[in-house]
Design a binder for this molecule. Structure first.
Ligand code: DGL
Length: 356
């Protein structure tokens, strides 16, 4: 090989390298990470003790533990809140959902990952599932160990979430939670263990899939997912109707129903026994709450799986109650709050519970 052909080959190699760098840079999708706090942003006194403060480190500190995400996406980060999710509230929900809707309406944003405490993650995930009007991926992620712990699960969960958000097959799947290598649908999400890193399950329908070698593999579709044509619109709302959850158990009285009526709530979700059954005292008080105060009542169940079905031991139509079917009390509260932004008619509310 003479000098000229060596030079030619070398410049060709440089051009090829430059082109591949440009192509891979262009191919990277843009993912926004919206941080809200939780254990994933928690700091413990030592690497091994259990005590820690949730929501103690910022989103930039959090992401510095997973520099690998920059290889798979262009990352932009925003701090929306920094709280333990036991303090999650309507104000943050509305702010978060509005921001997600705004960002996803931009053509240069491909997906969102939201870091969140695990305690109320299922409620936030469901709220977004019903109020985000886009098919682009929205993933919630948390961790069960604080960022300072040995084997902190946060960095891996964040990496898997970003990998899921950029995958084309994640479009149109609804809001998802990615933790412990599992992909879970917001339609049937439950925290099932107070400490385990594998705490989240889809107890009725099973997980949507897994993340393997940094790629999502889907095994089912979310049955109820957010779409560009969701019937709920929160963009102009500054507050949500007040809905409380009341538990039933042996000997439960009308005490909490009466207190809710006095507090002028707009809706009550019951976490009943078995198929959403209630003590006679509670049921009579709820009947009066509907008839005399126009409060919407949805029967759900404290049992983790199976439907709270209409027309079983309770005649919902006679009492003007709605039954929650597969929606547990925590998600029922979210759906009833949104339903009440549109209607007070129990039949229309029942339609929503039967459809979602
Ligand atoms: N207080 C909890 C929360 O922020 C910490 C638990 C967690 O994030 O796993 O939800």
């Amino acid at each position: 090989m003479n000098k000229n052909s060596i030079r030619k080959a070398f410049s060709l190699m440089l051009v090829a390298l430059f082109v591949s760098v440009v192509i891979s840079a262009q191919a990277k999708k843009t993912v926004y990470i919206l941080a809200t706090g939780g254990t994933i942003a928690g700091q413990g006194a030592t690497e091994v003790t259990a005590g820690y403060k949730a929501g103690a480190i910022t989103v930039d500190e959090l992401l510095s533990a997973v520099p690998e995400i920059k290889n798979i996406a262009d990352i932009k980060a925003e701090q929306v809140a920094n709280i333990g999710s036991q303090d999650m509230n309507d104000e943050v929900w509305l702010k978060l959902s509005k921001r997600v809707n705004e960002l996803l309406s931009q053509s240069d944003v491909d997906g969102i990952v939201i870091t969140h405490g695990t305690d109320t993650q299922e409620e936030t995930a469901y709220f977004l599932n019903l109020t985000v009007k886009s098919d682009k991926p929205v993933i919630l992620v948390g961790s069960m160990r604080p960022s300072t712990a040995i084997s902190a699960d946060g960095p891996r969960n964040i990496y898997n979430s970003v990998a899921t958000a950029v995958a084309p097959e994640s479009v149109g799947k609804g809001v998802m939670v990615v933790m412990d290598d599992k992909i879970l649908g917001a339609d049937d999400l439950a925290k099932t263990n107070t400490l385990s890193v594998g705490t989240f399950e889809n107890p009725n329908y099973g997980p949507l899939g897994i993340v393997y070698n940094g790629k999502p593999i889907y095994t089912r579709q979310s049955v109820k997912r957010h779409t560009s044509n969701s019937e709920f619109d929160i963009m102009n709302l500054n507050q949500l109707p007040r809905v409380e959850i009341i538990l039933s158990y042996s000997n439960a009285t009308a005490l909490f129903v009466d207190a809710a009526v006095k507090a002028h709530v707009k809706g009550i979700v019951t976490a009943g026994v078995g198929n959403g059954n209630l003590t006679t005292l509670m049921q009579n008080a709820l009947e009066k709450a509907v008839k005399n105060h126009g409060i919407a009542v949805v029967r759900s169940s404290r049992i983790m799986t199976g439907p709270t079905a209409q027309w079983d031991e309770v005649d919902d139509d006679k009492l003007n109650f709605s039954a929650s079917w597969f929606i547990n009390p925590y998600r029922s509260r979210v759906l009833l709050m949104l339903a009440l932004t549109k209607t007070k008619d129990y039949k229309e509310i029942q339609r929503m519970f039967s459809e979602y």
